[in-house]
Ligand binder design. Sequence first.
Ligand SMILES: C[S@@+](CC[C@H](N)C(=O)[O-])C[C@H]1O[C@@H](n2cnc3c(N)ncnc32)[C@H](O)[C@@H]1O
Length: 232
Amino acid sequence: MNVTKIPYPPAAANLNIFMGVDDDTKTRPDEVRVLCALAAQTRGNLLEIGTNRGRTTRALAKQSAPRLVYAVDFIPPVCESAMAREQVNEIPTMETVCLHARNLPNVHLSLLDSKTFDYAGKNIGFVFIDGNHTLEGVRADTELALAAMRDGQTAFPFIIAWHDYYDDRPVDSCFVRVRQYLDETFSEHWPVKHVTGTAVAYAEWPAAGGDEGGKAGAEWEWVLGPSSRVVA
Ligand SMILES: C[S@@+](CC[C@H](N)C(=O)[O-])C[C@H]1O[C@@H](n2cnc3c(N)ncnc32)[C@H](O)[C@@H]1O
């Protein structure tokens, strides 16, 4: 397992962030600061998988303007059957989805299953994965981002950040699957950093210039497996 604990970054602590106000306590303000600080280290556009009410989206969009933020979520009846029980009550409605950010000029809201998101032509350098928290969901969202990087469709430096990397949840909760996936699978291939005191973990690829993030072709196949979407 290649997961390093890193202290809360000073750059994040100093950020003045812009969040929508409601009683929703999903991604905490200190975590949103970390995400904004990470996004600031990248170029190109941003993607948030699972925008929900758009609080994190709002902060990312305000902090990163004029870069675009692609915000993804879905509303009934276009939902996934494979969602974890604990997550079903999080699904937004037409009134609430991306409420705090959807009117910002640099936010592009897409209502779709994140597994079908198309990276082509979007020049995304920062991805925040906070959607389906089952093992299959986290893996699918991550592998789609990796496939985009492998295929030269992302900007560099490239960062993938995940929410819900928890040390302290019951083992039968879907909210331990992010950690399970990162500890047991992802970090076998790339180093992961966990910001202590938060549920944010991330991996970064420095200026690889679109050349497969440093992996050779055969190794990519092994990482992503035969069932992953391969963009020609
Ligand atoms: C924990 S909430 C996201 C919170 C938000 N990122 C924030 O920081 O405020 C998870 C969201 O992911 C959405 N979601 C779950 N599975 C999804 C999928 N396959 N495609 C798109 N959205 C999904 C849910 O509808 C929910 O709104």
